[in-house]
Design a protein around this ligand. Structure first.
Ligand code: BDP
Length: 679
């Protein structure tokens, strides 16, 4: 080691500056729009004054240059040696520090970049130890964002403005936000991005669009991010006029082969395809009497020589009479063991659809011979959009409490990122992007630890602020469950937008499983969906012990009670309240929690810049109003069945049921007035 003479790289500032194209000046405490996320501000004046000594011997790749740039910009300690070692290529790294220097070691360039971001994270969260040795290796190899972005710039279920991708300007004009996006992802270990909506336009595979995709891939590559695309299974028909998209048809196979060759010619490290097939009207192999496995394998074999993968979604449900919670299982479980080795079956965390709370999807314990990946939703489609403060790490941890980490090979998250100045609409929604990345890197990190890190980097290290606001974050998911759908209730949203409550929504000639009444089944006897052996028997899809636990009303965890059982209104809960009283108390608890969040936040004014303080304060008002709206709508409506009084010690409804039912929800009325500043 002593023999090696480290070259001190005198970094050419002007070159490096272009790495993060848009210079963000140090923002004052008074005016912070949230655009810098959790990342250190790029501070040109500091870099000109005094830069720490960074040494690196070896080829100065773009990735290494970024690492050096980040350290020059934000590191405030000993000289740093970046060192590449031989060995199995991984994204992991070791950081060892002594009084005199710090060494970051990895077998790859991107590992050194991750090590750099980790070191800065440690520094910025205030835990710098002069004599430490930290080794980090990502638990999952594939840590991937799914953008549901359409080519016209809209985002399906996006609540933070328009798509980041300016398709009409690409490939010639490259927005500075592309690099900022890549930097943010690299800082938390995200290494893949599916650029377009799972309801995919075939156009994305056209020659024209592939050039645009290539331009993005070129920007993301130095940050260790690979690009993937969602593809429409009928692309050969739609793009080239073939008469079929049958996966066993020779011409079809040939078409995909040519397309894949073309893609890899443009983007040699292209990641692969994500496919939503035979789901919600999308085309797929079943249109030709083929199975999902046959469809996935056709693409997988073509991608294999290039080391590409297929992420094949298991989000399917047919318009049958069978319980929707059973349908993905019925279709996919029999295919276990039939998928090609580079296919990952991508399964949503729960059996229905990203509800505020769901038990885990039983496919995770029923396909031991397949590679599975879990899909989480970071965008808050069913959790108050970008108006409600809901920290999602506890929800994801709840999934992992049932499904062991190693059961899944990868994690995908439906992104909550858009063109809004603060990227995510709500300043606190940034925490969900951050937490997603951190969990994909290390799923055993606790939600508290992640919240702590995020708050310190994004706001301040001030202990009073961190403790109080972390407390809000940690309670926020449970609060939302309580004011929206407590005790296992689910899918009682207004049909069109999934924002507010519409438990009464019922219609003829519409798929029953799109209607709230299908899910809550309230009647004069009680409420809830009987999925036990006397009902739809969905409990049978779980391993025996859980099947018994969930299937028995006495042992079923109360948080899932109405998910698995139709329960009499006067049923005695564990705390001896009747079900009806418990339901009322839960809704009320949710409302009171949000009021508490408001109080805590107001006290934080001295610690937060004015702009973000006010933005969050405004959003909390909306959340508070919405929580009351949920409580009143659900309780007054369910009361028409229970015919029982709302316990007198609880806050009284302020709406009438009639008013709420007559009020045609217009989502624009519920948008935050401060949202929508575009970048
Ligand atoms: C549902 C969304 C819908 C998505 C679908 C999916 O409402 O917009 O297309 O999931 O995941 O949650 O494919």
């Amino acid at each position: 080691m002593t023999k090696i003479k480290y070259l001190t790289i005198i970094v050419c500032l002007s070159n490096l500056m272009s790495l993060v194209a848009q210079t963000r000046m140090e923002s004052s405490l008074k005016e912070n729009d949230g655009s810098q996320l959790w990342l250190p501000t790029i501070n040109v004046s500091k870099m000109k004054e005094k830069t720490p000594q960074i040494s690196y011997q070896g080829k100065l790749s773009k990735t290494i240059s970024i690492a050096i740039f980040e350290l020059q910009n934000a590191w405030r300690g000993q000289p740093i040696i970046l060192e590449k070692t031989r060995g199995k290529k991984t994204d992991g790294f070791t950081i060892s520090s002594s009084e005199r220097q710090i060494q970051i070691v990895s077998t790859t360039d991107v590992g050194l970049l991750y090590g750099t971001y980790h070191l800065l994270r440690i520094q910025n969260t205030g835990i710098v130890d002069k004599n430490c040795s930290i080794t980090e290796t990502p638990f999952y190899e594939l840590r991937i964002l799914n953008h549901w972005d359409n080519l016209d710039g809209t985002i399906e279920r996006g609540y933070a403005g328009k798509s980041l991708w300016n398709w009409s300007d690409l490939p010639d004009t490259l927005s500075p936000h592309y690099k900022e996006y890549a930097r943010a992802n690299a800082s938390i270990g995200i290494n893949g991005t599916v650029l377009n909506n799972v309801n995919a336009s075939p156009e994305i595979l056209s020659d024209n669009y592939l050039k645009k995709v290539k331009a993005l891939a070129n920007i993301f590559r130095p940050y260790g991010i690979r690009v993937y695309l969602s593809v429409n299974f009928a692309s050969p028909i739609k793009l080239s006029g073939l008469h079929t998209a049958d996966p066993l048809n020779k011409e079809v196979i040939q078409w995909w082969k040519k397309k894949v060759d073309q893609i890899y010619d443009l983007i040699p490290d292209f990641g692969g395809f994500l496919v939503k097939a035979n789901s919600e009207g999308q085309p797929g192999p079943c249109d030709y009497g083929r199975t999902h496995a046959e469809g996935a394998n056709m693409l997988a074999k073509i991608l294999q020589p290039y080391h590409g993968i297929v992420m094949w979604r298991a989000f399917v449900y047919h318009a049958t009479n069978d319980d929707r919670a059973k349908q993905a299982y019925l279709e996919f479980q029999p295919l276990d063991g039939q998928f090609h080795k580079n296919v990952l079956v991508q399964i949503k965390n729960g059996p229905i659809d990203f509800q505020p709370r769901e038990p885990y999807n039983p496919l995770f314990s029923a396909m031991p011979n397949s590679q599975l990946m879990v899909e989480f939703q970071i965008t808050q489609e069913y959790l108050g959009f970008s108006n409600h403060l809901v920290y999602l790490a506890p929800l994801w941890k709840e999934f992992f409490a049932s499904v062991p980490f190693h059961t899944v090979k990868a994690i995908a998250g439906v992104a909550n990122i858009g063109s809004d100045k603060n990227w995510c609409g709500h300043h606190f929604a940034q925490a969900n992007w951050y937490a997603f990345g951190r969990i994909t890197w290390n799923p055993s990190l606790s939600p508290e630890k992640i919240a702590d890190e995020w708050l310190k980097q994004t706001f301040t290290n001030e202990p009073q602020f961190v403790t109080s606001v972390k407390n809000i974050m940690m309670q926020s998911h449970e609060a939302a469950v309580n004011y929206m759908m407590p005790l296992g209730l689910h899918h009682i949203f207004a049909g069109e937008h999934h924002y507010g409550p519409e438990p009464w929504y019922n219609m003829l000639n519409v798929r029953q499983d799109w209607l709230p009444v299908y899910y809550h089944k309230a009647d004069s006897a009680g409420i809830g969906f009987n999925r036990s052996s006397t009902g739809s028997n969905a409990t049978a899809h779980y391993p025996d012990s859980l099947c018994q636990l969930y299937g028995n009303i006495k042992t079923c965890p109360e948080k899932y009670l109405l998910w698995f059982h139709h329960v009499p209104w006067t049923y005695r809960m564990k705390n001896n309240r009747t079900l009806w009283d418990e339901l009322c108390n839960s809704y009320d608890k949710g409302v009171q929690k949000v009021r508490f969040f408001q109080q805590v936040w107001d006290k934080m004014e001295p610690h937060v810049d004015t702009r973000r303080f006010k933005d969050v304060q405004t959003k909390l008002k909306i959340q508070s109003r919405d929580a009351v709206w949920w409580k009143d709508a659900c309780l007054l409506y369910f009361q028409t069945f229970s015919r029982l009084p709302i316990p007198y010690e609880l806050e009284r409804p302020i709406h009438t049921l009639e008013d709420m039912m007559n009020f045609k929800l217009k989502i624009s009325n519920y948008e935050c007035p401060t949202a929508g500043f575009s970048k």
